[in-house]
Design a protein around this ligand. Structure first.
Ligand code: PMP
Length: 395
């Protein structure tokens, strides 16, 4: 019956993670998958989340509503838009609990396929690969806008703006507002404003995908682009709690659609619920309760914000440490990119061949594109990574 079914090539990053696990070398270093680990290489259990788990315990498990837990949805809105945002005050935001950031982008794509069909979807070059996959699954054709300026290891701002200007009016544009995956380079505030002007003038539909809020500068500053944009125009915002709550396997995220008025938001919410119903009926409860409990308690929220700050500062200090170690070994390599990029990832500029060399010879695993997950660095492995990095470039 299924004899013609083709083998799945696997996800390149997840396959690399499997190869890492199977590697017998004890000194191996995993800088491939996008998971935050602490200085001991463990995925942290945040104290605020553990307290929430103890408080909520395990009681009955009815279905959550299609749109998710009410306290969770309120928590998403406050965190993403800030408490005093005018769109919130005017009840113009439709928010649902989703299955991680992936589920949020997926429901956004399904919603747009029905209510804004036939448009071109523009995603950054490069981007999180699933942006293409999720929008194509919903029936869209995807294309890219320039983003990575290889020569300067920064954003190709002019190329990006030109692409938005050249795209047909009303195209769908996916933007990562902070800690861009995979490059680690973001727009500065002036660039954000300039891009906003173009996007609004062209009446493009913007889907913000914010998977790393709190890993750039701070929870509030990382959301500033989204908040300013949402003061000026309607947009969709997907957010993930996988990284900033360290709740990868619980699948916690949110999708918010900023509308023109409360009536529109009510109707949009209904359509989001329908999209959820047709896909998986309702989101899961355990992770939802954890996030809702933390975000709904001033004390736990403050503790959690401190823990996000700890993860962020550790990644920043690892960037600095790696840069110092590389400099000590070679003054021919410009390491400023490591310090200018933000969040979990750094595009190193290494070629696929150099990445292969680091993996095969030294057991240092990066993604083939040259993306390094800086959260996998720690004081013990930085000297080894620096040496491998310098030697790979010398060849
Ligand atoms: N968007 C981007 C840009 C991401 O990097 C990721 C996670 N790697 C996601 C969405 C998906 O998030 P989640 O793991 O919460 O589904």
């Amino acid at each position: 019956l299924f004899g013609q079914v083709e083998a799945f090539a696997g996800d390149p990053i997840l396959s690399l993670n499997d190869a890492f696990k199977a590697d017998p070398r004890t000194e191996k270093v995993n800088l491939s998958i996008g998971v935050y680990t602490d200085e001991k290489g463990r995925i942290p259990v945040l104290r605020a989340v553990k307290t929430a788990y103890e408080r909520t315990g395990f009681a009955e498990r009815p279905y959550l509503p299609m749109e998710g837990h009410a306290g969770y949805r309120e928590g998403v809105q406050k965190l993403v838009f800030g408490d005093g945002h005018p769109a919130r005050a005017e009840k113009r935001i439709a928010t649902i609990q989703t299955l991680g950031g992936t589920g949020a982008v997926g429901i956004a794509a399904d919603f747009l396929a029905k209510h804004a069909p036939g448009r071109t979807v523009l995603v950054s070059d490069p981007t999180w690969e699933n942006h293409h996959g999720l929008f194509q699954r919903a029936g869209f054709t995807t294309t890219t806008y320039p983003y990575w300026d290889r020569a300067n290891r920064s954003v190709d701002f002019d190329g990006m703006v030109k692409a938005f200007e050249a795209a047909e009016n009303g195209s769908i544009v996916v933007l990562q507002p902070v800690c861009h995956n995979p490059t680690g380079v973001d727009l500065d505030e002036r660039q954000q404003e300039a891009v906003t002007d173009v996007l609004i003038a062209k009446r493009h539909i913007v889907v913000f995908d914010m998977a790393y809020q709190g890993f750039g500068t701070s929870l509030d500053e990382d959301a500033a682009f989204v908040r300013r944009y949402a003061r000026r125009a309607s947009c969709l915002v997907a957010n993930s709690f996988s990284k900033n709550f360290s709740l990868y396997g619980e699948r916690c995220g949110g999708l918010s659609v900023v509308c023109r008025d409360a009536d529109e938001a009510e109707r949009v919410l209904g359509q989001l619920k329908l999209a959820v119903r047709r896909s998986y009926s309702s989101p899961p409860m355990t992770g939802g309760l954890l996030v809702a409990t933390v975000l709904g308690s001033d004390e736990l929220r403050a503790q959690w914000a401190g823990e996000v700050e700890t993860m962020r500062t550790r990644m920043d200090s690892m960037r600095k440490l790696l840069a110092e170690h590389i400099r000590a070994l070679s003054n021919e390599i410009d390491v400023s990119f490591l310090l200018n990029q933000r969040g979990m990832f750094s595009y190193t500029g290494l070629s696929a061949q150099q990445v292969d060399t680091m993996r095969e010879r030294d057991g240092v695993y990066l993604v083939g594109s040259g993306r390094m997950c800086v959260a996998g660095l720690n004081e013990a492995n930085v000297p080894k990574v620096a040496k491998s990095f310098v030697e790979a470039q010398a060849r």
